[in-house]
Design a protein around this ligand. Structure first.
Ligand code: ATP
Length: 324
């Protein structure tokens, strides 16, 4: 392998720049050329890339987002689109690709490899942490810290006015962000898609808290929660049924994707991407690098795509105990 391509795809996440830097620097260390494609698969289809060397990634480890930009490419879903991408890789003499993104990115990479036999290594980069084969995805830890900091601020105003706040956090159909930030921020209740709490239990719990002397409450709601009401309807429902509560809603939105990556995410990105380059140079392919039980481990792309990794139900129990 003489030349490795790298790209970032799907939703951006803090730490993607640290990942790009690690790929580029590891390539430089091993005397392998590296080029970066812009806007994920779309840049591969358009042949939009830049040659990268150790100096082209200086000072990016601290920056959120991705200097290579990210995109969702409809064209890559078609055989013709993937053919264009393969032709461009050939023209640019790229022997292998490192794909930094989420499960959609890996699904695309797997099909691309089956059709065009270009070796692929996937690196999990998404704030949602919803990928099998790794305990942590790049960006998850930073997003948690952002969410906890925001909830801390909302708590200040909640406790000054005896208010109940419903705070919607990201995670798509996974509750990892809600569950961990909810515990970290001391939430009263945490609503996640994996475990439907039910409206009655929510009302009971809030009523119990009020009787026990709590003057304000925070409920963290995952955006994919399946309680049957969106976060605004939920607040209305609680106001109708518990008139003592002044219920407010905050949707944290895209601030959760931004910001300088935490040290954890920088180290994770660095470790995963050095291994990704080493695996390719070692002749391996079609793997995803992950972080499992404190070690960097690779699994097949198939395994990474097989099922979402499960939330730790013990965290729900901890949350219940601590909101007593
Ligand atoms: P995130 O988890 O942050 O959303 P993701 O990688 O899952 O990241 P997607 O938009 O699902 O984000 O996928 C990224 C890109 O991968 C898509 O825009 C598309 O170009 C490509 N892709 C996804 N699924 C497939 C597929 N089945 N076949 C070919 N390409 C695909």
């Amino acid at each position: 392998i003489r030349r490795i391509g790298v790209m970032t795809s799907g939703g951006d996440s803090p730490g993607m720049n640290a990942a790009i830097r690690a790929v580029v620097r590891a390539c430089a260390y091993y005397h392998t050329e590296c080029i970066g494609f812009y806007r994920g698969y779309q840049g591969m289809i358009e042949g939009d890339y830049m040659e990268m060397n150790a100096r082209s990634v200086q000072n990016i480890i601290t920056r959120g987002g991705t200097i290579l930009k990210s995109a969702r490419s409809k064209e890559f879903l078609t055989k013709e689109g993937r053919q264009k991408a393969a032709d461009n890789l050939k023209k640019a003499e790229v022997d292998a690709m490192i794909l930094i993104g989420g499960d959609g990115t890996f699904r695309g990479g797997k099909i691309f490899n089956e059709e065009h036999h270009i070796p692929i290594i996937g690196v999990p980069g998404t704030i949602d942490n919803d990928i099998n084969g790794t305990n942590y995805t790049i960006g998850f830890d930073t997003a948690l810290n952002t969410v906890v900091e925001a909830i801390d601020k909302i708590r200040d105003t909640a406790s000054s006015h005896n208010r109940l706040f419903f705070i919607e956090v990201m995670g798509r159909d996974a509750g990892f962000i809600a569950l961990n930030s909810g515990i970290g921020a001391g939430a009263e209740e945490i609503l996640i898609p994996e475990e439907n709490l039910g409206l009655d239990r929510l009302l009971d719990s809030l009523e119990r808290s009020r009787r026990s002397g709590k003057t304000s409450s925070i409920v963290v709601v995952s955006e994919g929660d399946k309680i049957g009401k969106n976060v605004f309807e939920l607040a209305e429902y609680v106001k109708e049924n518990l008139p003592d509560y002044d219920a407010k809603v905050t949707v944290l939105g895209h601030i959760q994707r931004g910001g300088s990556p935490s040290c954890f995410d920088r180290v994770l990105a660095s470790r995963l991407c050095v291994r990704a380059v080493e695996l390719l140079l070692d002749g391996q392919k079609n793997l995803m690098v992950g972080f499992v039980n404190n070690r960097v481990e690779a699994c097949s792309l198939d395994q990474a795509l097989k099922s979402k990794h499960k939330i730790n139900k013990d965290l729900l129990r901890i949350s219940d105990i601590l909101s007593t």
